[in-house]
Write a protein that binds this ligand. Structure first.
Ligand code: SF4
Length: 941
């Protein structure tokens, strides 16, 4: 008798409607299909048509439903009723809340707009928030890049007009050797996972350089467990080996980089170390065809890589001479650096040889003709199948800027940027530093700021310092202490505002920046500063406004709380003006839109800023009659024009919606995005897909779609002239000079070619007393601190031990279940420990931002996040320990001001297991009710 299978429906419908939007559970911005059942979110899956993830959804992405239903969601605007930090609030109406904030800000704007400090954390609408702050007129605006990534971003842009992070990607289809440095798994995770899968399938090799072998490093073919803070030295040693072996791309260097540009070599000259320029200011090269000087971009010019010239008593030699001299030096020989890096000389040599083998022995050509900016036609595109990716692990050190630059110089010497098989930019990059604005900080009461807040300085004249040397910004960005702080320095705002240095402020306005906990260094002291009072009993930071969607630790310190929506309840714009979702082959942007309406009295923060802009009568937000220009953020997204025809969204522009990139606002634009799955793409023509900085077809296409207004080809900068200008000022050249106490450090660190110096903390903290490096990493399953309120993700990371390598585990005789007291010059913590073998032998580490303060995030008082979870932030001070010179030096990169939280050194001592971690700040009252014991949402087909 035939066996009859029962009829089973293996894919019952889980929804009666699907709405397509963009994930917000990490910075990747994957496309998602949100399934709704009877108007409620029932299920989230990946959008198979989306260019970022092609249907792939990670654990965080599918857990977005729990973020949306989180019991920690704020419910209504709040006014503080108890002392700061207590968490005691009363609910008020939006009209009351916005009335209080607008009245205060209006008064400041009339008299002293700099008394408002507006900083945003996990904000992906910076082109909008910065525009608001510029219209308001305060110089004190930035996002959180100074805490997070500015070394990487600034080094990339100053060196090659683009950076890693989400602004570039390996050529996944053609790379043969992939080198990945210091990457946490939370950023860009689906594309990297998918890309790694493609590499593995093709048999390409992956080398991971990271003190910790987790995530991508765990699946790398080779893991280099480097000592923290020495990546730059390792990279410069690879460069040493390549130069010594003659394994560099001389043609690429001569034609497409400044290696052939001539430098003034006369130490007596005011322009010593700067490019030789013609009367039009154009850098000069020697043209091989004539043997004479020529502008770098002259039609048909063929630059000579090793050019030199003696003129008017001064010798000029090409940058390449300086590169060779600097890196052939024995201080970068593998034998010299091996012990410091914790990587053997043989291994450094072998990796250098593998890089050379992939770049040159496995080189290939793509049969695609193209024309360069000098008008020369090329019949093929030569490929160099070596690509590199790096992130925060090499960035958050006090030598991070130069380390990131060193990595780019390595790529460039191999000809492995924007060539087939190598690292490729994503639009709107490439875009050189000279195409970015300079920072502005001129305050005029009642008027907008004189220009954008943040940008790229090119020398001392661009700094934001007053005639008496004091800083114009509260965070002291763009000063002699950290001149190239392109993203501002959010991590210094609270300590400077508390000290009234360089001046007191009145209102601290923060958005999604959990600065009373994990988004700050020196957490315990910052909590005290936020609640500290002066002799009159007034708070030293008089007024704090905070916007967050959830009951985070920072909420408890606000005077007024403006509750944000979840990411499924608001409009967002993932814009080409900001941080879009482009791919190397296509420009792309995306939206979020309210796929469900909020069931609480909350509003999207960007719409709240529009409302405040109207109440304050800010230019751009009101018309000549004082009427609102935009009804809300969605209206702004459609109708705002940053330049004629160019707005926040590039898709379906023009009155009929037929234009892409440039065009008049289209009232149907958001509907078009929704119909298309929430995104728009414009493919780059075949001829324009590689060699973008120098490729006429790409430059013309970029102008056509509105990325810029005229072609802007440029050369990569092995030699960083802005750095040389600061270094020269420290040598006593020019009109603007740094303070005496900074000069020696500036001369040593601001070298125009990448250098390596030991992390600055090493000269302050006693390396004998604090012999162990301590790091944090973001887990793949959580992004920032938001995951700890998410019932699904909490099951993965509800607590975090301190992981110790075998050598330290055995040295201190630890066993599973033990605890340790961990000390740094800034403080101590008591935490659980665990053993991990795949770890640099001098390094301990833990997951970032798992530890929570009791009472926050609607967690139970005894939640493991509060009793067994902890932060290393308590051990990291914004200033380095005193070393007897009468100064407190900043714990940051001296070039960009990036917080150096990976420079941390600690001592470890085994202690008896306590009941909970230390420090254990007193619990906060919760402005939201306790979470229900059980959350159930049954979806029936
Ligand atoms: S990788 Fe990031 S954006 Fe993509 S699904 Fe996961 S959490 Fe969402």
């Amino acid at each position: 008798m035939p066996h009859r299978q029962p009829a089973l429906d293996l894919s019952p419908p889980v929804s009666d409607e699907v709405r397509k939007t963009t994930c917000y559970m990490c910075a990747c911005r994957c496309g998602i299909d949100v399934h709704l059942k009877e108007g409620k979110v029932a299920y989230i899956e990946g959008n198979r048509d989306h260019p970022v993830n092609r249907g792939v959804l990670c654990a965080k992405g599918s857990a977005g439903i729990m973020q949306h239903l989180s019991p920690a969601r704020l419910r209504a605007p709040l006014r503080r009723t108890g002392p700061r930090g207590s968490g005691q609030f009363e609910e008020i109406t939006w009209d009351e809340a916005l009335g209080i904030v607008a009245e205060r800000l209006a008064g400041l704007r009339r008299t002293a707009p700099e008394k408002l400090a507006f900083f945003t954390g996990r904000d992906q609408s910076q082109s909008f928030t910065s525009w608001w702050a510029q219209a308001y007129g305060t110089p004190n605006y930035a996002a959180h890049g100074g805490f997070c990534s500015v070394n990487m971003a600034a080094a990339g842009i100053y060196t090659m007009g683009g950076a890693f992070w989400e602004f570039g990607q390996p050529d996944w289809e053609r790379t043969r050797l992939f080198l990945i440095f210091g990457v946490a798994e939370d950023h860009d995770s689906n594309p990297i996972k998918m890309g790694l899968g493609r590499l593995k399938a093709r048999g390409a090799k992956v080398i991971g350089v990271n003190p910790i072998r987790t995530g991508y490093n765990a699946i790398a073919d080779e893991w280099v467990g480097i000592t923290p803070g020495t990546d730059g030295l390792f990279i410069l040693s690879l460069i040493h080996c390549l130069l010594k072996a003659g394994k560099i791309d001389a043609d690429y260097l001569a034609r497409l980089t400044d290696a052939s540009v001539l430098l003034d070599e006369d130490p007596r000259s005011e322009t010593h170390g700067l490019y030789l320029r013609d009367a039009d200011g154009k850098p000069q090269v020697i043209d091989r065809r004539t043997g004479h000087l020529a502008p770098w971009d002259g039609e048909g010019v063929e630059p000579r890589l090793t050019g030199s010239l003696r003129r008017a008593g001064t010798t000029h030699r090409s940058v390449f001479h300086r590169v060779a001299e600097a890196y052939l030096d024995a201080r970068y020989a593998p034998e010299t650096v091996a012990a410091t890096c914790g990587v053997t000389a043989e291994r450094i040599r072998r990796i250098a040889a593998e890089l050379a083998h992939a770049a040159f022995d496995q080189a290939f050509e793509v049969a695609q003709p193209w024309t360069d900016f000098r008008g020369k036609r090329h019949e093929t595109m030569p490929g160099r199948p070596v690509s590199v990716h790096a992130m925060r692990g090499i960035s958050a050190h006090s030598n991070g800027f130069q380390t990131c630059r060193a990595l780019h110089v390595l790529q460039i010497l191999l000809g492995a940027v924007e060539t087939p098989g190598s690292f490729r930019f994503k639009p709107p990059y490439p875009k050189p530093a000279t195409a970015h604005p300079k920072p502005h900080g001129k305050v005029r009461p009642g008027e907008p700021l004189d220009g954008p807040h943040l940008g790229f300085v090119h020398g001392p004249a661009d700094l934001l310092v007053n005639d008496d040397g004091t800083a114009r910004r509260i965070d002291k960005a763009f000063t002699w202490e950290n001149p190239m702080s392109a993203h501002g320095m959010m991590h210094m705002v609270i300590s400077n505002a508390h000290a009234g240095d360089p001046y007191p402020i009145d209102t601290l306005f923060l958005y999604m920046a959990n600065m009373a906990w994990n988004s700050t260094m020196n957490t315990s002291a910052v909590m005290e500063m936020l609640a500290d009072k002066d002799a009159d009993g007034d708070y030293k930071i008089p007024f704090i406004v905070y916007s967050d969607a959830y009951s985070s630790e920072m909420v408890a310190y606000a005077d007024i709380v403006l509750p944000d929506t979840t990411y499924l309840e608001r409009h967002d714009c993932i814009s080409l003006l900001d941080r879009p979702i482009s791919e190397a082959d296509a420009a792309a942007d995306a939206i979020r839109w309210p796929v469900v309406e909020p069931d609480r009295d909350v509003r999207g923060f960007q719409s709240v800023l529009v409302d405040l802009g109207v109440r304050l009568g800010l230019p751009g937000f009101v018309d000549a009659e004082g009427k609102a220009v935009y009804a809300d953020y969605a209206d702004y997204m459609v109708n705002h024009q940053r330049r004629p025809g160019v707005g926040p969204l590039a898709g379906w522009r023009g009155e009929d919606g037929a234009a892409g990139g440039r065009g008049a606002p289209n009232p149907e634009q958001l509907e078009k995005y929704k119909e298309n799955g929430g995104f728009w793409t414009a493919h780059i023509p075949e001829e324009a897909q590689y060699y973008k900085p120098w490729n006429r077809a790409y430059q013309d296409w970029a102008v056509e779609v509105g990325l810029f207004d005229a072609p802007q080809p440029y050369l990569f900068s092995l030699w960083c002239e802005p750095l040389r200008r600061f270094q020269a000022a420290a040598e006593g050249k020019g009109r603007h000079r740094p303070p005496e106490h900074l000069r020696a450090q500036m001369q040593a660190t601001m070298t125009p070619l990448p250098t390596w110096y030991a992390p600055l903390g090493d000269g302050h903290a006693d390396p004998v007393e604090y012999p162990v490096h301590a790091l944090t990493q973001r887990p793949m399953a959580m992004y920032h601190s938001w995951g700890s309120q998410n019932a699904w993700l909490r099951q993965i990371h509800g607590r975090n031990p301190l992981y110790l390598p075998t050598a330290l585990w055995e040295k201190y005789r630890f066993q599973e279940g033990d605890w340790a007291c961990v000390r740094s010059p800034a403080g101590e913590i008591t935490v659980p420990v665990a053993h991990m073998a795949a770890l640099n032998p001098h390094t301990v580490w833990t997951w970032n931002a798992i530890g929570k303060r009791r009472g926050a995030w609607a967690l139970d008082k005894g939640a493991p996040e509060a009793t067994k979870g902890f932060l290393l932030n308590h051990l990291i001070h914004e200033l380095l320990p005193e070393r007897g010179d009468g100064l407190r030096w900043s714990n940051s990169d001296p070039i960009t001001g990036q917080a150096a939280w990976f420079d941390l050194r600690v001592s470890i001592e085994k202690v008896r297991a306590p009941r909970h971690v230390y420090p254990d700040p007193p619990p906060q009252a919760s402005p939201v009710p306790p979470a229900p014991a059980r959350v159930a949402q049954k979806v029936r087909p």
